[in-house]
Design a protein around this ligand. Structure first.
Ligand code: GLU
Length: 419
C-alpha cells in the first residue's frame, strides 16, 4: 500500500460522504458503492532485452458494475498500487454514471517506468499483463482503454493478445485502438477536447470566454497537450506548462503545437528552447492566470496550494488532483473547480462511441464523433450546474457526485439484491 493510493481512495470516499446528504441513496447501497467488486493482482515475469528476467506487478479492479460492463484505462507508472487502482476504478464508476454511459468503473495498471523500457519490453509486458487479466476482461464484461503512459500502440497489443486466445479478432475488447484496427477518429485527442469544451463552458457560465482567458496547464502529456492545443484554437492564451522536468512560462503565450511536437518526439520540457522563463511545477500552480488545469498526477492541489493559488477557475484534467482539504479552501475562497469526473470524461465518452461502432461494425466520421462528444459533455455540465443551484451543494464536485450517486442508486434499486 502506498500513501498515494491509500489517500486517493480515502479522498474518493470523503467526496462520496459529502454528496450523500443530497443524494437519494439508501445507507446499504451507499456502503456497497464504496468498495470494489473485484480486484486482481498479477505477477508478470518478463525477459528484459539484456537477457535478465524481472517480475513486474499488475492490477485490474472492477468497481460499481450495476449499470453495465466495467470500463476504464490501464496505466503504466512506478507509483501504481492496488489501492490507487481501486480508487481510480471507483472514480471511473462515478464518471461513467455522471455522463450516463452504460458502464461501471474499472482501472488497471502495471508498476513500471516506461522511460527505462524498450518498445519490445513494453510489448512483452503488455502481452503478459493482458494474459494475466484476460479472464476478467471482455467486450461485454470489462473494456480496457489507454491511461497514463499507454495509448493506441498498447491497445493494439492488448486486442491482439486477447484475440489470439479467443481464436478470432475482437476489436471491441479494448478502446483507444489505432483507427486502422477499429479505433475511432477523435479518440486520441478526446480527453483534451473534453477539457477544452468544459473550460469554455465554465468560462461562459461566469460571463467570460476562452479568448480573454490566460491558462496554465500542469502536465503536457496526451491530455494536457491536446487541451492546450484545442484551447489555443478557441482563442485562449496558454501561458505556462510543465512536465516532471519543470515548467515554462511566457505571459505572451507559448506555442502549444511546438511544445507538443517536442514532447511527442520523446523530448522534455526542460529541453524546450523557445522564448520563456523557467518555473517549477509548484510555481506553475500559483501563477496569476484565469484558468489552472492540473493535467498530471493526483494530489497536486493540497491545502497549501489551494490557499496560495491565484487562478480564478480550476479545471481538473488529471484524476484526483485536488484533496478534500483543498476543496474546503477553494469553497471558502470562492474558486470554482470543475471536478475530474466531468472535466476529463471526454476520453471515456469517445471510448464508448468507439465500442458502439465496433459492436455495430460501423464507422462514424470525426465530425459525428466530436458532435456527439460535445453534446454529451454539455448536457452533463448543464445538469451539474443545475444540481449545484438546486441542491445548494458547497461545490461543483459535490453536485457531480450527487448526480452520479443517484444514477447508481437507481440502478441498484431497480435490480434489487441477489439472492
Ligand atoms: N483512462 C481514461 C479515464 O481515466 C479513459 C478510460 C476509458 O476510455 O475507458 O477516464
Amino acid at each position: 500500500m502506498t500513501d498515494n493510493g491509500d489517500s486517493t481512495l480515502e479522498n474518493m470516499r470523503t467526496q462520496m460522504d459529502r454528496a450523500q446528504e443530497y443524494a437519494q441513496v439508501t445507507e446499504n447501497v451507499f456502503r456497497r458503492l464504496k468498495h470494489p467488486e473485484r480486484t486482481l493482482e498479477v505477477s508478470l515475469p518478463m525477459l528484459l532485452d539484456n537477457g535478465e528476467e524481472r517480475v513486474f506487478k499488475g492490477y485490474r479492479c472492477q468497481f460499481g458494475g450495476a449499470r453495465g460492463p466495467y470500463k476504464g484505462g490501464v496505466r503504466y507508472h512506478p507509483s501504481v498500487s492496488m489501492d490507487e487502482v481501486i480508487a481510480l476504478a471507483g472514480l471511473m464508476s462515478f464518471k461513467n454514471a455522471l455522463v450516463k454511459l452504460p458502464y461501471g468503473g474499472a482501472k488497471g495498471g502495471v508498476v513500471c517506468n516506461t522511460k527505462d523500457l524498450s518498445r519490445d519490453e513494453i510489448k512483452r509486458i503488455t502481452r503478459r499483463y493482458t494474459e494475466g487479466i484476460r479472464r476478467m476482461i471482455g467486450p461485454k464484461m470489462d473494456i480496457p482503454a489507454p491511461d497514463m503512459n499507454t495509448g493506441p500502440r498498447e491497445m493494439a497489443w492488448m486486442m491482439d493478445t486477447y484475440s489470439v486466445y479467443e481464436g478470432y479478432t475482437i476489436p471491441e475488447v479494448v478502446t483507444g485502438k489505432p483507427v486502422e484496427l477499429g479505433g475511432t477518429p477523435g479518440r486520441v485527442e478526446a480527453t483534451g477536447r473534453g477539457v477544452a469544451i468544459i473550460t469554455e463552458k465554465i468560462l461562459e457560465y461566469h460571463g467570460r470566454s476562452p479568448d480573454d482567458a490566460t491558462v496554465a496547464i500542469q502536465g503536457y502529456g496526451n491530455v494536457g497537450s491536446w487541451a492546450g492545443r484545442l484551447l489555443a484554437e478557441r482563442g485562449a492564451n496558454i501561458v505556462a506548462t510543465s512536465d516532471v522536468t519543470g515548467g515554462i512560462y511566457n505571459p505572451d503565450g507559448i506555442d502549444t503545437h511546438e511544445v507538443a511536437t517536442q514532447i511527442e518526439n520523446g523530448g522534455q520540457i526542460a529541453d524546450y528552447d523557445g522564448e520563456c522563463d523557467r518555473i517549477s511545477n509548484d510555481d506553475l500552480l500559483r501563477l496569476d492566470v484565469d484558468v489552472l488545469i492540473p493535467a498530471a498526477v493526483s494530489h497536486v492541489i493540497t491545502q497549501d496550494v489551494a490557499e496560495e493559488l491565484r487562478a480564478d477557475i480550476v479545471v481538473e484534467a488529471a484524476n484526483g488532483p485536488t484533496t478534500p482539504d483543498a476543496d474546503d479552501v477553494l469553497v471558502e475562497r470562492d474558486v470554482p473547480a470543475v471536478p475530474d469526473i466531468l472535466a476529463n470524461a471526454g476520453g471515456v465518452i469517445v471510448s464508448y462511441l468507439e465500442w458502439v461502432q465496433n459492436t455495430q461494425e460501423y464507422r462514424w466520421t470525426l465530425e459525428e464523433v466530436n458532435a456527439d462528444l460535445e453534446r454529451r459533455l454539455s448536457d452533463a455540465f448543464d445538469e451539474m450546474m443545475d444540481a449545484y443551484a438546486d441542491y445548494e451543494t458547497p461545490d461543483l464536485r459535490t453536485a457531480a457526485f450527487t448526480l452520479a450517486l443517484d444514477q447508481q442508486a437507481t440502478a441498484h434499486a431497480q435490480r434489487g439484491l441477489f439472492p
